[in-house]
Write a protein that binds this ligand. Sequence first.
Ligand SMILES: [Zn+2]
Length: 524
Amino acid sequence: MVVTILSVDKDVFSIDEEVLKRLKNVRIFDTTLRDGEQTPGCILTPPQKVKIARALDEFGIHVIEAGMAITSVGEREGIKAVVKEGLNAEICSGCRAVIVDIERSLECEVDSIHLIVASSELHRREKFGKTLEEILEITTNCIDFAKDHGLIVELSAEDGSRADINDLFALFTTGKEAKADRFCVCDTVGVAVPEQIYARFKTLTETFPNIPISIHCHNDFGLAVANTLAALKGGGKQFHGTINGVGERAGNVAIEEVVMSLKALYGVELPVKPEKIFELSRVVSDNMNLPVAFNKALVGENAFAHESGIHSSAVLKNPETYEPIAPNIIGRRRRLVMGKHAGKAALKEVLEEFGFHVNDEQLIEIFDKMKKLADLGKKVTDSDLVAITETVTEGTIEEAVKLDELTVVTGNKITSTASVKIATNGKEFFSSGYGTGPVDAAMKAIESALKNTAISQIHLEDYHVDAITGGTEAVVNVRVTLRKGDNLITASGAGGDIVMASVEAMLTGFNKLIALEKRKNHEK
Ligand SMILES: [Zn+2]
């Protein structure tokens, strides 16, 4: 795919040919499963680690740091499971400068270790109470031990952005003598600025020209991408990062942001598959249970959504007006959001997408009704829009799936269970399910009842609850996003009972999605 470089003014961002050539060979070291898993409250089971590792490998990541082997038995099981996958990527384990950490990594049969050594005076003093000389001696012993056992060694200078440059020289000279394979400079607390990182990398890569040097950035001041790019421009051959920028505190640099900045802004294509980015982001957020901020660059819900009438109509005429890149480059679709700021052009486009071809008069009526709903402060979902359009066009609202009975039992000494009776296409289905709470149990029961029908192919993408009023008697609004193949729909349910509101949202979504499919098939 050819990408138009939209924002590069060659005079300002001049990168010479040689640097461009070098940037194309930059390698990606992913630490979603190690630094990313250190996000407070996040624990990955071995099967979850494997799922994420597979997706990373498919994307084209060069090194996967699968965990820190010393952490626990479970962690080692996870790393071993990733190793067993036989992926293309080099599999790495994080290690402190302690022999037992390397022994545990060897147990997992990883290809490499990421040896993290304190490099700043602050870290040496406060964490270990050791002198530079003592640290250097330990480093030599660790690298010798790892190399004797056939491991690739990446020697990382922890807090390297705050370390005295002479201490970095000393650490890397020790690493070079012990035959470490790669070096890394960590901006551990995210306090570096691009000019400093650039200068540091220029000096270090000139001093150690034959050993690849990585950059490892944290995002405490939102400068992680800028610092990573500066390091690469300054001679860095590899960068560390995580998907969605997960990680301790403000997180690590988001790999997808670096990849797409290089591609779209500098014209540098790394050997990865950008079209996998959105899917990969979902795999990571689902398995780590870490939702992506709605305004997160590239992968956030709103990154390619337009609501304002002026923006939407301009985007429909020429996407370049308000989109930096085409969403399909990273495996996404543009979303025109209906609401208070929406315009008629966008409304017409959205209705066509839902298979409605309305005349001008109908369009104005639907538009007015939608604005009224939005003025009430309500988020206009796709199913609201479909319902309005059906009323205006007097289309038949066919209820393909209908709930007849629902019973839910929940309590402190029992697992929440639910039983349902559902009718679809003139047939009745009974089933039951249990779950972590009453909503989950009800959903499992519905899923089980419909498992042999076409509805089982509908996938729940997102589930969101808002309490509209305060207190325990609050009215809740449940919003779901459902997908079947290429068709995506949002639907909502509201009421005082969260279980019923959730079920209503799901069934409304099922019915709208089935109707949408029918309309589309009819058009063909
Ligand atoms: Zn880190």
